[in-house]
Design a protein around this ligand. Structure first.
Ligand code: ZN
Length: 292
């Protein structure tokens, strides 16, 4: 009898492990403090998203505050999300990490990048970001002003489920370098920037106005997009996310959570990923040391 009870207990344990093993794993990668308190809160942002994702059935999100030491951290990942510093300091372009990501992407793993993490050097990371997420911030081509984007209309796409038109002030980068002919790219958040953000003729800065941007006065710009790779993998980029308080905007939070789910090939709920946050939650896990 004892043997039977033990066997039954073992079966329950095995079933439990099987159920756990069926969860879709999402790897969220942040970075150390880079700006003043409240801005570029990579760790707190990733942890807030983790909290929300882990409330969803069948999802298991893991946060790495810095790039994982062990390549095995990517094992079984349905999607990777990077919210970190960018440019020459982008964690994904250090050491052999682009090669690591190349191996991960070859498995069909999704990739999402947010704010500064959409900026990679043209020579190192640019071709990879075009191939994996369909676009990136290219210096002397893209710009990074602060402005209030008014998202009046949203396309029909799983990522916009439950998202209503909204306005949000952010450091919305725009005029991204997108895949040739926008092949595989679906714009998700689009708005018309104020003319004052396009810079002045004759002033051409790496992150400021440039002739290409100035020539597009009054035209809409894509600030978030979804990408479907020819091999079936999915990616997305969002240029906003400078200030941590923005996670308090329900529609912004929802569109990012939806995008992470979509990139991981998880069915986005009909009303979108629902995850209320309180002012107290918004104060959790903040970097208090500021720039270092
Ligand atoms: Zn910023």
């Amino acid at each position: 009898m004892k043997t039977i009870v033990r066997a039954a207990a073992g079966l329950v344990l095995a079933c439990g492990l099987t159920a756990l093993g069926a969860d879709k794993k999402i790897v969220l990668i942040g970075g150390g403090p880079s700006h003043g308190p409240g801005d570029h809160e990579h760790r707190a942002g990733c942890m807030l998203l983790q909290r929300c994702l882990n409330q969803m059935p069948g999802v298991r999100a893991e946060v790495h505050q810095v790039w994982p030491d062990q390549f095995e951290a990517f094992d079984g990942a349905a999607a990777v999300f990077i919210f970190s510093d960018g440019g020459g300091g982008h964690p994904a372009i250090q050491e052999d990490r682009l090669e690591q990501l190349r191996r991960v992407m070859a498995r069909g793993t999704g990739l999402g990048c947010m704010h500064y993490a959409v900026e990679v050097p043209k020579e190192k990371g640019g071709p990879e970001w075009l191939a994996w997420i369909g676009g990136y911030f290219e210096t002397y081509w893209s710009v990074n002003p602060f402005w209030t984007a008014d998202f009046k209309e949203l396309p029909v796409h799983p990522i916009t489920r439950g998202v209503k038109p909204f306005q949000l002030r952010d450091e919305w980068y725009y005029h991204m370098r997108f895949a040739e002919g926008m092949k595989g790219v679906t714009p998700i958040l689009t708005a018309v920037p104020p003319e004052s953000t396009r810079g002045k003729p004759g002033v051409n800065l790496p992150h400021g106005g440039n002739p290409h941007v100035q020539a597009r006065k009054g035209m809409p710009e894509h600030l978030m997009w979804a990408f479907e790779r020819p091999d079936g993998g999915r990616g997305f980029g969002c240029t906003g996310g400078h200030s941590h308080v923005e996670w308090g905007e329900e529609n912004f939070r929802k569109v990012i959570l939806n995008a992470i789910l979509w990139s991981a090939r998880i069915e986005v709920p009909e009303q979108g990923a629902d995850c209320p946050v309180t002012p107290e939650i918004l104060k959790e896990n903040l970097d208090r040391k500021g720039r270092r």
